[in-house]
Structures are given as C-alpha cells and as structure tokens.
Design a protein around this ligand. Structure first.
Ligand SMILES: [Zn+2]
Length: 281
C-alpha cells in the first residue's frame, strides 16, 4: 500500500472517524429482539410453573395439601434448567451469524468513512482485504460471539437466582414478576451497551489498522463531548498541545493515567483520534 505524504509539506490533520450509528442501531435491535424473546418465554413458563408448584407456604394458604419439603423448589429448578438449556442453545446457534454480520458491516462502514475523510483532505485511496484487517475482524467476531452468549448466560443465571429465592421465601407471583421485569431491564441495558461499545471498538481497530497500512503513524487525542461523565484525564489530553490534542504514536497508543490506550478503548469512552499525515521532512 502506498504511504501517504502531505503534498504541501505541512502536516495534514484528518477528521476523526466515528462509529456508524446505523450499524450500532441494527446490532442493538437484533440483540434486543433476542432479549425480548428470552424474557417473554421465561415469564410464560415461570408463571405456569409457579402456579402449578407454588412455594409450600403459599400452597398451604391456598388450601393445597402440604408438599414434601423442597419438592416444588426441585420441580422449579428442573424446569428452569430445561429452559436454560434450550435458550443457551438458541443463542449459541445465532451468535456466530449475528457477530459476523455486525463485524462485516462495521468494518465496511469504517473503510467507507475513512476513504471519505481522506478524500476530503485530498487523498484518494482504495482499500482491499489484507491479512491485518482480516485478523482484526476475526478477533472481533470471537469477542462478539462471547458477548452475545454471555447475555443469555448472565440473564438465565440471574433469573434462576431470583426464582429460587422467591420459592424459598414463599413470595407471591406478583413480587417475582416484578423482579423478573427489573432484571429484564438490566439485561436490555447491557445489550445496548454491548452494541454501542463494540461498534466504537470495531471502528477504532479497523481505522487504526487501515491507517497503519497507509503509513499514518501519529494521531492527536480528541475528547468528544457526547458522554455524560467524561474522564478528566481524557479531556486534558484533548486540550494538550495548545488545544490541538496530545500527539501519540498510533501503533503504541496514548499515555494517559499511566497506561498506553487508544481512543474509545475504555468503557464508554467516546474520544476519537485525529490522524496526522506528516509533511515531507
Ligand atoms: Zn475518553
């Protein structure tokens, strides 16, 4: 690949490349659909099971003959394990395809945007598949498959905990339903976070890889004002060097708080990089 050099001899600073909002949204929509289906199914079966095998104290109140101690809880645990297996399998089955789809779209959108940023700065480039980009994509697919599966794993294990607690404490179905709804909200927010975080990371890693291929070795740290709780050290890095942003080696990362990091690498970090195409020396 041709290394880019500033034609005027002066450094050219590129606009940041940001995650494509549409791709994050479609990834999030897919995850939310899965979480909704999971919650709906669990609610249905847990309600039915809870009615059929209520906790012993509630059963007595309702005039049931008393159960052998622990038996409704065992029946409930078996039912939950059955549902868990089924849902884990469903998430496992779909995770590869969804992760690949997302990574492919995110990588493609990053190429398109970087090409556009470069074109606006007067550089025409053509990207092709390279081993480096392919490696970055494969790593991202693996990470996303793990995250997608973990949504179901974490939710199911939390739900089992809530249901079993409810059984042993003899709580009524209304209270349990309320707890399950809260947990559903937590899982939905976690899925949304994964979509946003992965979209940012994916964009950053592909952008970095492409720029390395173009011989772009330096960038300036820019804080975006999108986040609600910016890290003060990130804001400071953005204000460094007379407000131009701290200059760092793209291959190594920027030294902030004692660590070499890249923009968007830390959770909820919406900072970006402004790449610098060096002038002739
Ligand atoms: Zn940041």
């Amino acid at each position: 690949m041709v290394k880019l050099v500033s034609p005027t001899g002066k450094d050219v600073v590129l606009r940041p490349v940001r995650a494509n909002a549409g791709i994050e949204a479609s990834y999030n929509r897919a995850l939310q659909k899965w979480v909704d289906a999971l919650h709906k199914s669990l609610s249905f079966w847990i309600t039915a099971q809870y009615r059929a095998n209520p906790p012993p104290s509630l059963a007595q109140d309702a005039g049931f003959e008393s159960f052998r101690d622990g038996s409704p809880a065992n029946a409930m645990r078996r039912a939950i394990h059955r549902m868990s297996r089924r849902w884990l399998k469903a998430f496992d089955k779909g995770a590869d395809e969804l992760a690949e789809y997302f990574v492919d779209k995110a990588a493609g959108a990053t190429d398109v945007q970087l090409k556009d940023v470069l074109a606006k700065a007067g550089f025409t480039v053509k990207f092709k598949a390279t081993a480096e980009v392919n490696n970055a994509m494969q790593a991202a697919v693996g990470e996303n498959v793990g995250l997608i599966k973990s949504i179901a794993q974490q939710h199911l294990s939390d739900v089992e905990g809530l249901v079993m607690q409810s059984m042993t404490q003899g709580r009524n179905l209304g209270d349990l339903t309320e707890e399950l709804t809260k947990r559903y909200g937590v899982t939905k927010r976690r899925a949304a976070f994964i979509a946003r975080d992965q979209a940012n990371k994916m964009t950053a890693v592909i952008n970095r890889t492409r720029q390395a291929e173009l011989g772009i070795t330096e960038a300036r740290w820019r804080h975006s004002h999108g986040g609600k709780h910016p890290r003060q050290s990130h804001v400071a890095a953005s204000q460094a060097d007379g407000g131009k942003g701290k200059l760092y080696d793209v291959a190594k990362g920027c030294l902030i708080d004692g660590d070499l990091i890249w923009p968007g690498e830390l959770p909820n970090c919406r900072c970006t990089a402004q790449s610098v195409i060096k002038g002739l020396e």
